[in-house]
Unconditional design. Structure first.
Length: 379
């Protein structure tokens, strides 16, 4: 990157932090948890108001905006509606819950941290990307193909916002979701939840199976014959155990976080071989693994930008989590949580360090700049 342009961008990142922070406070003040649908609010009033606010902020920056049926919307910089770079975040949040020291909707700043529901997941990071694009616009950077900042409103409760988006719009040629961790997340494990159950008369048989094959066995599924592993994701993980009784049937649920060399269907098939005829298994939900080419030029660019700015020497990683990359083709997860930052989102006193907010804004700005340079030089 040209050193003069790099300095110009870095300076503007610092200058714009006050404006970014004010926008974040506005967005956090909206309690955007899914609620009962109403007219023009398919996921409830809060998510729609948050979408309106995100698009209002975008319009003030001079971006073209589009609201798609109050389910999802985007800000676009650059002309064209064919190929584009897409950055997908969300403005809905999980319920506030109890145990807060600071008001979850007031964006309290204490010891250089901002506290509030959604500051990390995901209002802060998606606004950082919006402001990154705004900085490049102010620097008169023109893009070979358009860039869209997409605001989802149903990420926490079903991904229906982006499912609707794909019915109306083409997927991007590349992009990311700022809703995971650094440096570059090129793969996401599959995640299947299953339930085994038995009639009350077979309850002893049921509990013996659960204890022998799952609870007292290694959590890699070896006793069930499903201990798959591969180089990208590592070993199978069983977790999320839950007992219950429904309609006079005893059931046990668990989740399998599985690598890319097996399928949900194969896992159920193998587990069935371990069951007696009195025990039944059914799929509750399933997300297939996602694996992007970690040697691609796009991944290399994002990795280099992150390492250059942070001074680290980090390699692309995979995750057990699930993001919009499970739904949107051609995107990966990119930030925003730094190493060691865990158990922050969804909990009381959700926070983001203000230095981190500035740092991720710089990373996203430089990433967009370098992606554009790559596309300009691509024959």
């Amino acid at each position: 990157m040209d050193n003069g342009k790099k300095r110009e961008i870095s300076e503007k990142v610092k200058i714009i932090q006050k404006e970014l922070l004010n926008s974040l406070k506005e967005l956090v003040s909206i309690y955007s948890v899914e609620s009962s649908p109403s007219e023009n609010a398919p996921f409830g009033e809060g998510p729609r108001l948050a979408l309106d606010k995100a698009l209002e902020i975008s319009q003030k920056m001079g971006f073209y905006t589009k609201n798609i049926d109050n389910k999802v919307g985007y800000a676009q910089y650059g002309d064209g509606d064919e190929d584009y770079i897409g950055i997908f975040g969300h403005v809905d949040v999980v319920p506030i819950g109890t145990g807060w020291k600071y008001d979850p909707l007031k964006s309290k700043i204490k010891n250089n941290r901002i506290y509030g529901r959604g500051v990390l997941d995901n209002k802060g990071p998606i606004l950082a990307n919006l402001y990154a694009l705004y900085i490049l616009k102010k620097c008169n950077v023109t893009f070979k193909i358009p860039v869209r900042i997409v605001f989802g409103t149903n990420e926490e409760t079903g991904f229906n916002c982006v499912k609707h988006y794909l019915k109306k719009e083409k997927p991007p040629i590349f992009g990311w979701t700022p809703d995971c961790k650094w440096p570059v997340v090129y793969g996401e494990r599959g995640r299947i939840k299953v339930r085994i159950w038995a009639e009350y008369s077979y309850v002893k048989e049921f509990y013996e199976f659960v204890n022998d094959y799952i609870l007292s066995a290694p959590n890699n599924g070896v006793k069930l014959g499903i201990d798959f592993k591969d180089d990208d994701f590592g070993e199978m993980i069983l977790r999320g155990y839950k007992f219950g009784i429904s309609d006079n049937k005893h059931y046990f649920e668990w989740t399998m976080s599985y690598p890319g060399n097996c399928t949900g269907e194969k896992l159920i098939e193998l587990i069935k071989e371990c069951l007696t005829e009195n025990l039944k298994i059914e799929e509750v939900s399933n997300w297939n693994p996602v694996l992007y080419d970690k040697s691609s030029e796009y991944v290399k660019i994002l990795q280099k930008v992150y390492n250059d700015i942070t001074g680290f020497n980090s390699e692309p990683v995979t995750t057990t989590g699930g993001t919009y990359a499970k739904i949107i083709p051609n995107i990966i997860a990119y930030g925003p949580s730094f190493p060691g930052q865990k158990n922050i989102a969804h909990l009381p006193d959700e926070w983001m360090d203000l230095n981190d907010l500035e740092k991720i804004t710089e990373i996203y700005t430089m990433a967009l700049y370098e992606i554009n340079k790559f596309l300009e030089n691509k024959k």
